[in-house]
Design a protein around this ligand. Sequence first.
Ligand SMILES: C[S@@+](CC[C@H](N)C(=O)[O-])C[C@H]1O[C@@H](n2cnc3c(N)ncnc32)[C@H](O)[C@@H]1O
Length: 220
Amino acid sequence: MDDTITTKISAYKPYLGDRYETFLYAFRQFAANSGKVIVELGTSRSFVSGGIEGCFSSKSKYWQPDKIATWDWGSGVFTKVCLECLKHLKFEFHSVDISRTAIKISKTITSGYKNKTRYHLTSSEDFLKKFNKKIDLLYMDAADNNEEGAQIHLREANILLERDLLADKGVILIDDINLNPDQLAMGLIPKGKYSIPFLMDHGYKRTTNSYQVILEKNKD
Ligand SMILES: C[S@@+](CC[C@H](N)C(=O)[O-])C[C@H]1O[C@@H](n2cnc3c(N)ncnc32)[C@H](O)[C@@H]1O
């Protein structure tokens, strides 16, 4: 067990809420499998949470690295949290986004990790069609919680299987699946609505099922 990860993530635990257990599990599995390649589809696109002044603004005055409570916890800040929790390991982190502004914001957030981080300004599907490495940890978080987002995830899942991109012990983490009553009342649709059953029909096992879902290959 990698205790460094547990120690690192504890700083974010009060803010991660329902994402805490699944982030921790995914990071631990990645370390236990001696993973090397992380891919995040959909990067951290805001310095602050929705509805707060500075939301989606790329003005760096809104980024307060030392005030963790001000970060965009509504979205989970995976880009930063993942890099921080795994920084003692050797790996490459690929973050993909279709929005130039989102990438600019995320680059500011992760400015301390330039040696580990590569940004890709492209759609998640085009990225997956061209990427040529096996992925040890895949975070499927592109697009929003609506029908279009669910269709994008299904197409991503298709490419993932067609190109056999996940490493044998690879982990897929999918955000926003078991939505809370407020989200459901707003008419939101989980991004993984179609991709999760599709991947499970093709042999992937659901190993955690809370707010986020984790799927793994070759699990008994
Ligand atoms: C929910 S945010 C990602 C949040 C981020 N993973 C985090 O933990 O903070 C979704 C992102 O997906 C991007 N996006 C939307 N459609 C996309 C697509 N087809 N391909 C790649 N990125 C896309 C948006 O620009 C946005 O930045």
